[in-house]
Design a protein around this ligand. Structure first.
Ligand code: F6R
Length: 234
């Protein structure tokens, strides 16, 4: 794992956008994308850059079950607003939150990932060490599945909703096994609230209790952390 410590999320976003550019210039065609607070500065920098994804494919990590693409809390909406409106891809895939038949939706999405293997996967990390929405206890070889979100994740994400009760309790998420098949992984973490998870991911035991710890076994991972998120590292 290569660890890059930056001053703050703005410097982190710049560094991450540079890595997107390098990978794109070296032929990356399929980009795995994340949502949430963490990648916002990265998308701002990408939007401001000359990167052109019109010949490329994006595959997002997750979507809330039950939310339609035009729902302002959906990850479809987030991606449209933060990136796709300004930097469109030839084709963009996200799980379909309106398909309530979990068996068919997870099968469809796993096929998407198998057909378009990911060259560069962008990740954030949950305070509980989750990647995608793969919560503690998820199998390291998991494929796309319907996840019952933990209380910690629902609480963390409730900042985007009017109240806790409004946060969907289930999400479709790319599996850990599928994330691990990406050629390169770029994980970002900003803020003191991520420091414990970052330490467990980088220096802790590889255990399903900390899903991100499996990244220690991936041959090509870059972690961008700000000083706060890096503050517990040895
Ligand atoms: C988002 C995702 C999640 C987030 C994580 C951190 O698509 O898969 O794993 O990356 O929950 O969220 P933020 O960035 O909001 O702290």
């Amino acid at each position: 794992m290569e660890i890059i410590v930056v001053k703050d999320k703005f410097e982190g976003g710049k560094k991450a956008a540079e890595i997107f550019k390098q990978e794109h210039d070296s032929g990356a065609k399929v980009f795995g994308l994340a949502t949430g607070g963490t990648p916002e500065t990265t998308y701002e920098q990408i939007v401001a850059s000359d990167l052109d994804f019109s010949d490329d494919v994006s595959v997002n990590l997750d979507e809330y079950v039950g939310l339609a693409p035009d729902d302002k809390q959906s990850y479809h909406y987030y991606m449209q607003h933060h990136l796709f409106d300004k930097k469109p891809f030839k084709k963009s895939y996200l799980p379909d939150g309106t398909n309530l038949d979990a068996k068919s939706e997870t099968k469809r999405y796993s096929q998407v990932i198998a057909t378009d293997p990911i060259d560069l996967q962008l990740l954030g990390i949950g305070e509980n060490g989750h990647i995608g929405f793969n919560e503690p206890g998820s199998a390291f070889d998991s494929t796309t599945s319907k996840i019952h979100l933990t209380d910690s994740t629902i609480k963390a994400n409730s900042r985007y909703f009017d109240n806790y009760e409004d946060v969907p309790k289930y999400a479709y998420s790319m599996g850990i096994g599928e994330i691990m098949r990406a050629k390169k992984i770029l994980l970002e973490a900003f803020g003191k609230n991520k420091a414990k998870a970052v330490k467990a991911m980088v220096e802790g035991e590889v255990t399903t209790d900390v899903p991100a710890s499996i990244l220690q076994k991936h041959p090509n991972v870059t972690v961008i952390v700000d000083e706060d998120a890096a503050s517990l590292l040895n």
